[in-house]
Design a protein around this ligand. Structure first.
Ligand code: NAX
Length: 321
C-alpha cells in the first residue's frame, strides 16, 4: 500500500506517520510505503522524521520517499492524506484563506488525478478541510468524487468522549453518533439517534444544547488554549480511524461521520462536501439514509450547510472549481 502524507514534517504528520508505519491504520498484514510531501524549507525536517521512522524498525514499513514535488509524491498512491495547508493567520480574511488554500489543493488535486493509483482514496485534514476537499476533487476530474473525503472523525470522537463522560458509559458501548455539516464551529454534533449498549436512552436536551454541542464544536479552540498549539495526536488518531473504517469497513449496527460529496441527501445541496452519518463495507462511503430529522436538527444542519455553500461560492468566484 502506497500512502502519501502531505505536511509530513508538521505536528499532525509527526503523530500520524508512526501510527501508519506501525500498522495501526490497516492492520498487521499490510506493508506500507510512505511518500512524504513537504514545502522545500521543511524537507530537512521531513528527512529527520524519516530517520526516526527508520529507527523504529517497523516490520511493515517499506521505502520512504521525501519530496517537494506533488507529481512524485502522489505517484501510485493508494491513500493520500492531505494534511499540509495554509493556516489562518492574524488579520486574514476568509477569502484570503480560501485563496491561499486553493493554491495548494487545486494543484494537489491535479497531481492526484495524473499520478495516483486507480483505487486512490483521499482524506483532507488541512483546514478549511471540507472546502479544500471540494477544490481537490474538482481538480481531479478522472477520479470519482466519492474517493475524496474531509475529516470530521475527530469531532465524532470528541462527541463519543463527551457522551461517555456525561453518562459513564464506555465509548465502546456508544453507537450512532453523528457530526453533520462543516468541520468548523457551525458543525452539528447530533445525539438524536445515539444508543448505549444498542438501546435508546433518555437525554437531557438542555445539556445537549448548552453543554454537549458547544463543547464538541469548541474543543479545537479549548485544546489550543490549553496546549498553546492545535490538536495533533488526536487529529492523527482520527485520521487513522477514518481510513481504517473506510478501507476495512465500519462495524455492523454502527456508523461513523465523514465529510463526503453530497448526493442531495438530507437536503444538503448536491456537490457540497458535508459531514454525514456514513458506513463503509470497504468500498465507497455510503450515507445512512432514512433518519428522522427534527426541527432542532434541521436548523443546525441548515446553518452549517449554509456556511459550506458560502465557502463554495467564494472558491467558485476565485475560479478554483
Ligand atoms: P503544522 O503547521 O504543524 O504542519 C503543517 C505542515 O504542512 C508544515 O510542515 C508545512 O510545511 C506543511 N505544508 C504547508 N503547505 C504545504 C504544501 N503545499 N505541501 C506540502 N506541505 C505543506 O500543522 P498541523 O498541526 O500538522 O495541522 C495541519 C492541518 O490540520 C492544519 O490545517 C490544521 O488546521 C488542520 N487540522 C484539522 C483537523 C480536522 O479535524 N480536520 C484537526 C486538527 C487540525 O487543526
Amino acid at each position: 500500500m502506497i500512502i502519501t502524507v502531505t505536511g509530513a514534517a508538521g505536528q499532525i504528520g509527526y503523530a500520524l506517520l508512526f501510527r501508519i508505519a506501525s500498522g495501526a491504520m490497516f492492520g498487521p498484514d499490510i506493508p506500507v510505503s510512505l511518500r512524504l510531501l513537504e514545502l522545500p524549507q521543511a524537507l530537512d525536517a521531513a528527512e529527520g522524521v524519516a530517520m526516526e521512522l527508520d529507527d523504529c524498525a517497523f516490520p511493515l514499513l517499506g521505502d520512504i520517499e521525501i519530496t517537494d514535488d506533488a507529481d512524485v509524491a502522489f505517484e501510485g498512491a493508494n491513500v493520500a492524506l492531505l494534511v499540509g495547508s495554509r493556516p489562518r493567520t492574524a488579520g486574514m480574511e476568509r477569502g484570503d484563506l480560501l485563496a491561499a488554500n486553493g493554491a495548494i489543493f487545486a494543484p494537489q488535486g491535479r497531481a492526484i488525478n495524473d499520478n495516483a493509483a486507480d483505487d486512490v482514496r483521499v482524506l483532507v485534514v488541512g483546514n478549511p478541510a471540507n472546502t479544500n476537499a471540494l477544490i481537490a476533487s474538482a481538480n481531479a476530474p478522472d477520479v470519482p468524487s466519492a474517493r475524496f473525503s474531509a475529516m470530521t472523525r475527530l469531532d465524532h470522537n470528541r462527541a463519543l468522549a463527551q457522551l461517555s463522560g456525561a453518562t459513564g458509559a464506555p465509548v465502546s458501548a456508544i453507537s450512532r453518533v453523528t457530526i453533520w455539516g462543516n468541520h468548523s464551529a457551525t458543525q452539528y454534533p447530533d445525539l438524536s439517534n445515539a444508543r448505549i449498549e444498542g438501546e435508546r436512552f433518555e437525554i437531557d436536551r438542555t445539556w445537549v444544547e448548552q453543554d454537549f454541542i458547544p463543547t464538541v464544536a469548541g474543543r479545537g479552540a479549548a485544546i489550543i488554549a490549553a496546549r498553546g498549539v492545535s490538536s495533533a495526536a488526536s487529529a492523527a488518531s482520527a485520521a487513522v480511524d477514518h481510513l481504517r473504517d473506510w478501507v476495512l469497513g465500519t462495524p455492523v449496527g454502527d456508523w461513523t461521520s465523514a465529510a463526503i460529496v453530497s448526493d442531495g441527501s438530507y437536503g444538503v445541496a448536491a456537490g457540497l462536501v458535508s459531514s454525514f452519518p456514513v458506513t463503509s463495507d470497504g468500498g465507497d462511503w455510503q450515507i445512512v439514509e432514512g433518519l428522522e430529522i427534527d426541527e432542532f436538527s434541521r436548523g443546525r444542519i441548515d446553518a452549517s450547510v449554509a456556511e459550506l455553500a458560502e465557502e463554495r461560492a467564494a472558491v467558485e468566484a476565485l475560479g478554483l472549481l
